[in-house]
Design a binder for this molecule. Structure first.
Ligand code: 5AD
Ligand code: SF4
Length: 470
């Protein structure tokens, strides 16, 4: 799931009189960060910043960091070391270069970043991006600013609505954050500490943003949240709405053809959400539902608050409602105390579910989490071996899933130009990248194609005439 992406943020009008400055945003980590980077770009547009993909020509470099992987902070400090040299060289030429650190490492390290890295001007946590322009103004006056308060409602309130131009720049698919933070406190995870408690965005704001996206040509929206299926808000009928209710409502928005959501916790997968999978054609048949481990003992130590059998029963219910749903998951091997037989139970669970896609990691300690205090750490070589076994099983399942698609006619949302001239890349309902011959003018269309082959990370298809996707 982790990708390092350079976000071309939105081009926007320059307010009268403000000098044009360029911002380069380097995004680490999950889709939530990709979305946040785009929103920081929007907030900065009002200050006259335009995006650049060339770090060398930027007046402001922002690292939007992720804390979920091991040594995340170390990586940020070494990136900052390189930026320090760049800033010195720029300043020697009499030019400005401001450096900001955002995201979860900013939240976790706070002041420490300013102490260790004198070249940093601004440290800003994930809840306060709307105050970024203000922080930069203060930094320009000579302050070094740390703003890592928790004020999620504030952030949802004050982030500028994405303008049409910026939405267009993002293409026919878009992310929309509906929920932030997590109250689950899995014992290995830093998210409840870096992103804070669960907060849901109000329904009206979500509907407004979704309608604006649809108006601007977006065909597919992925709802984001650390624990997205815990989203709750007051509905127009005065009832508390859950994610299922929200999806039914979003499916009514004209032009929005596809809906997805990520990431979900098994405990929050309620009946209404499962019914939405059954009823809504727009809700894509793909579900990222991490389980982490297959042994009840380890699940308990992880504080996942469900058993392996409960997870399997849940998947049975989901599949009964939506038989062609593709399952995706996250796994951790080598959690403290994990024995060979615990690990075998993880493999058995994977066999039982048959995943179309999955992510798997070696356990690594996050300081400050309860897992860090647990005894009985699994030796590195055992973790490596378990990860290899798990990944080869998951890859086999993934390849089998891809092969099972060959010959099928599926709906493809055409997203962007492919590598070869005359080719476009689209997404299947199951989130696979598919290459097909099509014209650039078709981007945004959903067309039936026949899958004719598989590649290492994508599928190949041919357009069909008159056939209807199954
Ligand atoms: N060690 C290894 N993997 C982790 N993840 C989260 N914290 C850790 C950790 N301490 C994985 C989980 C989660 C995914 C986003 O990252 O599998 O679902
Ligand atoms: Fe972390 Fe997900 Fe557990 Fe929340 S549910 S603590 S985000 S692993």
């Amino acid at each position: 799931m982790s990708t390092d992406t350079v976000i071309p943020t939105s081009p926007a009008e320059n307010p009268a009189g403000a000098p044009t400055r360029k911002v380069f945003i380097k995004t680490y980590g999950c889709q939530m960060n990709v979305y946040d980077s785009a929103r920081m770009g929007d907030a900065l547009a009002s200050e006259g910043y335009v995006p650049t993909e060339e770090m060398g020509e930027a007046d402001l470099i922002l690292l939007n960091t992720c804390h979920i992987r091991e040594k995340a902070a170390d990586k940020v400090y070494s990136a900052l070391g390189r930026l320090r040299d760049m800033k010195k060289a720029r300043n020697a030429e009499g030019q400005e270069l401001m450096i900001g650190v955002a995201g979860c490492v900013a939240q976790a390290e706070g002041e420490e970043i300013l102490r260790r890295e004198p070249s940093v001007d601004v440290v800003i946590g994930p809840q306060t991006y709307h105050r970024l322009p203000d922080a930069l103004r203060r930094a320009r006056q000579g302050d070094r600013v740390v703003d890592t308060d928790y004020a999620v409602e504030d952030k949802f309130e004050h982030l500028p609505a994405a303008g049409k131009a910026s939405i267009r720049a993002r293409g026919v698919t878009a992310f929309l954050t509906v929920q932030e933070g997590c109250d689950k406190f899995c014992t290995f995870c830093v998210v409840p500490y870096t992103r804070g408690a669960e907060v849901s965005r109000p329904l009206r704001q979500i509907l407004d943003e979704a309608a604006r996206l649809a108006d601007s040509g977006v065909r597919e929206i992925t709802l984001l949240g650390q624990n997205v299926n815990a989203w709750r808000a007051e509905g127009p009928d005065g009832r508390t709405w859950g994610l299922g209710d929200l999806l039914y409502r979003l499916a009514e928005i004209p032009g929005l053809a596809r809906l997805r959501y990520t990431t979900s916790h098994p405990r929050d997968m309620d009946d209404r959400l499962i019914e939405a999978h059954r009823d809504l054609r727009a809700l894509m048949p793909y579900l990222h539902l991490p389980v982490q481990a297959g042994s009840d003992r380890i699940l308990k130590a992880m504080n996942r608050r469900h058993t392996a059998a409960e997870y399997l029963q849940l998947i049975e219910r989901i599949r009964a409602a939506k038989p062609d749903i593709a399952m995706s998951g996250d796994f951790i091997v080598g959690f403290p105390g994990e024995t060979d037989s615990d690990f075998e139970e993880t493999l058995q669970l994977v066999e039982a579910v048959n995943y179309a896609q999955a992510y798997s990691f070696k356990y690594s300690t996050r300081p400050g989490t309860p897992g860090a205090d647990l005894p009985d750490h699994v030796p590195e070589e055992v973790k490596v071996e378990r990860l290899e076994r798990l990944q080869s099983l998951l890859l086999k399942q993934q390849a089998e899933f891809a092969k099972s698609c060959v010959g099928k006619v599926v709906d493809l949302l055409l997203e962007k130009p492919g590598r070869m001239p005359g080719q476009l890349i689209g997404r299947s309902p199951w989130l696979q990248s598919v290459n097909v011959d099509a014209k650039t003018s078709q981007i945004g269309d959903i067309i039936p194609v026949r899958i004719i082959g598989t590649g290492p990370n994508s599928l190949f298809a041919e357009p069909t005439q008159g056939l209807v996707a199954v």
